[in-house]
Design a protein. Structure first.
Length: 209
């Protein structure tokens, strides 16, 4: 009698054991799917960050067509240093290509000195025990801004033309720009640096929180 009862207990416990194992296996697969979704979301965020920064840097590196730094007046310089003279029609066209480098597609919109990018990954989370993950793409958005970091210092008096024949035309002297962190930039309108070089000293580009 004792032997038969022992085998009977084993027979009853086996289905419970199977249910527990199946439950643990399902939980493990579900956690794996969640992990895959998290990776996909992280990839989307990386693509969005890169695309937004690329758009803002493109805008920073270009001025309005035809703007001659050598003839800017103080009021014009204040507009440039404040970012108002940046050629903001450019920038967003860079976002899709940078998103594509991260296997994603992007849309971009700008507002003044701010560029917001929305991204969707080309890859999905993949098939899993959770329904719908095979059609679930990673999505994310990021905003990058151009921040002015300099202001106009004291302007030296213009000097007359040193040409042998005095035309009476006054030429602008060097301009001193004061920037964050105590940095000073001397800009010579007669020997201007390329705008791309100057812009990277005058403006910061960063992601917003």
């Amino acid at each position: 009698m004792t032997t038969r009862q022992r085998f009977g207990d084993r027979g009853q416990a086996f289905p419970i054991y199977v249910v527990v194992v199946v439950g643990l296996l399902f939980a493990a697969l579900a956690f794996f799917a969640i992990g895959q979704a998290s990776v996909t979301r992280s990839n989307a965020q990386g693509a969005a960050d890169a695309a937004a920064l690329a758009a803002a840097r493109e805008a920073r590196d270009h001025l309005a067509p035809g703007l001659d730094l050598a003839v800017l007046k103080p009021g014009d310089w204040e507009g440039v240093l404040g970012g108002k003279r940046l050629y903001l029609d450019s920038g967003c066209e860079k976002a899709p290509s940078f998103a594509a480098m991260n296997d994603a597609e992007a849309t971009c919109r700008r507002s003044a000195l701010s560029f917001t990018v929305e991204v969707k990954t080309n890859r999905t989370v993949g098939e899993s025990v959770i329904p719908g993950t095979d059609s679930m793409h990673g999505t994310a958005n990021a905003t990058a801004v151009i921040e002015p970091r300099c202001h106009l210092g004291l302007l030296p008096a213009p000097t007359k033309s040193p040409d042998p024949v005095d035309t009476g035309v006054e030429k602008p002297g060097p301009i001193k720009l004061r920037c964050k962190g105590g940095q000073e930039i001397d800009f010579d309108p007669l020997k201007p640096d390329p705008w791309r070089t100057l812009a990277r000293a005058l403006f910061d580009v960063r992601l917003t929180d």
